[in-house]
Design a protein around this ligand. Structure first.
Ligand code: COA
Length: 180
């Protein structure tokens, strides 16, 4: 997969086809995450994941549901909450709620480039959390964020690892320590 191929972030609400694609692909992401967490998302008797946040991603003005495209091909998605969303912690501007690259496009550098495009587009203080058993994602975010994120262990219901960083300053965000 050539790195020269153009990568883009497109609001999924802009077209019915993108909304449908996101709606259909979102469960694959939850299935991937279910390997690392058995507490939050649950597959119900109808084979649907609960809770289902997708409807609010697509409706709420403070959310950005973004399709990641390589040239014309949809290869993944990112879901960003923006303050004053209730999902963004006080003192932060953005939260990366979900980030997913389709299996067949992984380990080609697309995730890295998409994350960089995301942080270039949305400037300010970010938070993102990773399930503590999601070793591939931890390796990925360490690589993407390098030394500009401060790493913290939260004691929420899922014991998430929380990264906090500022894409305006491009360096570790010391004030994130007040999250404790
Ligand atoms: C995590 C994820 C987004 C990575 O996307 P990707 O496009 O494969 O990542 P990249 O190819 O850009 O990887 C960049 C670097 O991150 C690291 N990395 C990525 N995936 C890794 C893995 N499975 N194991 C170890 N390191 C990994 C490597 O350093 C990699 O560089 P390299 O391939 O030259 O060694 C993708 O695996 C995914 O969608 N996983 C399922 C959903 C998920 O867990 N999302 C994150 C929620 S916080």
């Amino acid at each position: 997969m050539g790195r020269a191929l153009k990568l883009g972030l497109h609001d999924a609400r802009a077209s019915a086809a993108d909304r449908e694609w996101l709606t259909n692909v979102y469960p694959f992401y939850l299935h991937d995450l279910s390997e690392f967490d058995e507490h939050y998302y649950r597959l119900n008797d109808r084979g649907l994941w609960e809770p289902d946040h997708l409807a609010s991603w697509l409706q709420d003005d403070t959310d950005h549901p973004l399709i990641i495209r390589q040239s014309e091909t949809r290869v993944g998605f990112a879901l960003v909450n923006q303050a004053p969303s209730a999902d963004v912690m006080p003192g932060f501007r953005f939260r990366l709620a979900e980030f997913f690259i389709l299996n067949r496009y992984r380990r080609t550098g697309i995730g890295l480039r998409a994350a960089q495009a995301l942080f270039d587009r949305f400037r300010g203080r970010w938070q993102l959390s990773v399930l503590p058993r999601n070793a591939p994602a931890i390796a990925f975010w360490r690589r993407v964020l390098g030394d500009r994120a401060s790493l913290r262990q939260e004691f929420g219901p899922r014991g998430e690892i929380v990264y906090a960083f500022d894409t305006d300053r491009g360096k570790a965000d010391e004030s994130s320590r007040s999250l404790a």
